[in-house]
Write a protein that binds this ligand. Sequence first.
Ligand SMILES: NC(=O)c1ccc[n+]([C@@H]2O[C@H](COP(=O)([O-])OP(=O)(O)OC[C@H]3O[C@@H](n4cnc5c(N)ncnc54)[C@H](O)[C@@H]3O)[C@@H](O)[C@H]2O)c1
Length: 443
Amino acid sequence: MSDHQTVDYTAALSDRIAAHTARLAIIGQGYVGLPLAVEFARAGFSVTGVDTDLDKVTTLNLGRSCTPDLTDADLAALIREGRYEATTDFSVLSRSDIVIICVPTPLRKSKDPDISYVVGATTEVSTRFHPGQLVVLESTTYPETTEELLLPMFEARGARAGYDLFLAFSPERIDPGNPTYRVGDIPKVVGGVTAECTRLAAALYRQIVPRVREVSSPKVAELAKLYENVFRNVNIALANEFALMCRRLGVSAKEVIDAAATKPFGFMPFYPGPGIGGHCIPVDPLYLSWKLRLNGYEPRFIALADEINRSMPDHVVELTIEALNRQRRCLNGADILVLGMAYKRGVGDTRESPAIEIVELLRHKGAQVSYTDPHVPSIVIGGVSMKAVQPTDEAVAAADCVLILTDHPEFDYRRIIEIARLVVDTRNATWGLEAPKDRVVRL
Ligand SMILES: NC(=O)c1ccc[n+]([C@@H]2O[C@H](COP(=O)([O-])OP(=O)(O)OC[C@H]3O[C@@H](n4cnc5c(N)ncnc54)[C@H](O)[C@@H]3O)[C@@H](O)[C@H]2O)c1
């Protein structure tokens, strides 16, 4: 191998990236992979979205979006222009200059990382590796995944990092449904296995985002993402525990937090809620704990935050029981109308949603539970299939308690507190609206 050849691979790919002629394949077309694919397609690249889910691929090729961050019209336009297509056929990877991996990284039942999707996707890429390819892992994962797990899979195929293989980690930071910060607005962190790997991956992302932070290794980039989510998880836990303290002291945690947030420096407000959900905040910190445990260290903040956050569904049920009790009713036999099944406002994602556990707890105590959620038409909880009801005046007035678990913007909170017999509001969605104290209980 000569230095001259090294320059050839990097220069060739560098040129194709700059000219937007590099062919991209993005594995995993979910909340992360699809908006990313679309952003590159909009920038003029030819992008193929690869996914194992045939239904999703068929839907996407019909121009129907599966994420709140992309309209059907925008997707259809990119398909018409020949800049995006979806497929289940991994053979496209052999023709791709760049492959980005955005597959799930959930937990096993034991709460250990389930890295099988990453391994599955990387196997598909590495068995089709051709010299000069850039491969980027975006899935959130434990530190050293890129170097300890992915790199050897390529090396076993004869690839040499920094020479004919460019391998990097760049965490995705998208917040699905957030209209202020979309893929193109969020800076990227990039850490390659070698300096050349970092340089090429950073050059790629500079085509779609204004700011790219290059870091010294994939490990730093992997840890940056985990630290972001640990920070959020721990601060939500603090807000949740603070809400329990404020309740004992007879004040509203929200009012205190809002007051503290007027300090223009050194403070960032986090608010209490019914528990944490989604694919990231409850899951990612445990990837870090797992890795540290292998290194003989037990992270304490993560464990405590996890314990507090996971206790919130029980607390919400207690609040509901107390509120009903004050109205001389009991939970057993009560009609509870849950507002919001998704784990956060404005989206239909129910993964790890605390609402699921709360519904199960309520049912277990004898409540009759129905729900409304404009983003979640149906759901199966504990083997029971549920269909969303409409939040009509009749439905709201008929419930013994309306339990707000997700503060979707579509709900008419003013009307709800006007006509509901009892509202338990775990999101402070009714904050600022006047209501008799014994009819609206806030977390
Ligand atoms: N959703 C978020 O808000 C968010 C934000 C930042 C980072 N992340 C991280 O990004 C990664 C992806 O998350 P997501 O929310 O997009 O997941 P998702 O479940 O929405 O999408 C993943 C997609 O990958 C497909 N898939 C699974 N295995 C595959 C394989 N071997 N080959 C091809 N396709 C495969 C699935 O069918 C699915 O369509 C995770 O590591 C997650 O932690 C998610």
